[in-house]
Write a protein that binds this ligand. Structure first.
Ligand SMILES: CC[C@H](C)CCC(=O)Nc1ccc(S(N)(=O)=O)cc1
Ligand SMILES: [Zn+2]
Length: 262
């Protein structure tokens, strides 16, 4: 369907419910993390989150039309412990970001405050046969969210950004022929996180995600935030720079966000 851009066609995210009624569901994402209402859960600290990445797990990078996506076969990249009851395998990472000189961009917010961008590292539950089988199950996916904040340059992420010029349009894809360990994209302290049951933040908005939102942001340079916008996407007015590819927070409903820290 030449519906083009899910963020810019029609009324954008506020209209997604017309085609995807689950958009108004009980466990949608992203949400605002009100730190006065989160609940420390000692069980999360007792069974620490184990995040394993490898140097050889990133195969290619593609322009999905709504973000970049670094895709992995998941070899040696697994997530377990913390809120998770089984082992999840790494599938891909991508990001969401805002416009020039704006403070919005992240999907989750903390006490109502946005970050300029948010990275998502998507994992699928290995109790299912593959990603596609897991993607719509209530315990199917686990996504680590890492906020980006403006600060010192992050050379590792820069190596991924150097590939953006090779994927100028939706569907463009190139192989990653250097070693890139996604662990580089974890903040220095990845012990402190919030977790809650939510959904994909883009259609089909499946309520299949255990979210693990890192408390500490990752520093990238202001230039690197700007380079995100050099990716291109289709808009109703033709091809233009990709930005504001984020869904704003939706109601928490009957959920409590747990913290791994006191
Ligand atoms: C038919 C379904 C299709 C295969 C699903 C493809 C997919 O992976 N979608 C996806 C993944 C992650 C996020 S997020 N932004 O991390 O919540 C949002 C959407
Ligand atoms: Zn995402």
């Amino acid at each position: 369907k030449k519906r083009g851009n899910i963020y810019l066609s029609g009324a954008g995210p506020s209209a997604w419910h017309e085609e995807y009624p689950v958009a108004k569901g009980k466990r949608q994402s992203p949400v605002d993390i009100n730190t006065n209402k989160t609940k420390f859960d000692p069980k999360l600290a007792a069974d620490p989150l184990t995040i394993r990445f490898s140097d050889s797990c990133c195969q290619s990078i593609v322009n999905t039309g709504i973000s970049f996506q670094v895709t992995s076969n998941g070899a040696g990249c697994e997530l377990s412990g913390g809120p998770l009851d089984s082992t999840y395998q790494f599938a891909q990472f991508h990001a969401h970001w805002g416009a020039y000189l704006k403070t919005t961009g992240s999907e989750h917010t903390v006490d109502g405050v946005s970050y300029p961008a948010e990275l998502h590292l998507v994992h699928w539950n290995t109790k299912y046969d593959d990603f596609k089988d897991a993607v719509d199950k209530p315990d199917g996916l686990a996504v680590i969210a890492v906020f980006f904040k403006r600060g010192k340059e992050h050379p590792g992420f820069g190596k991924i950004q150097d590939l953006f010029s090779k994927i100028p349009a939706k569907g463009a894809k190139v192989n990653i022929d250097f070693e890139f360990n996604p662990g580089l994209l974890m903040p220095p302290d990845s012990e402190n996180y919030w977790t809650y049951l939510g959904s994909l933040t883009t259609p089909p908005l499946y309520e299949s995600v255990t979210w693990i939102v890192m408390k500490e942001p990752l520093e990238v340079s202001v230039e690197q935030i700007a380079i995100l916008r050099t990716l291109l996407w289709e808009t109703p007015n033709g091809v233009s720079q990709m930005y504001n590819n984020f869904r704003p927070p939706v109601p928490l409903r009957d959920r409590v966000i747990r913290a791994s820290f006191g």
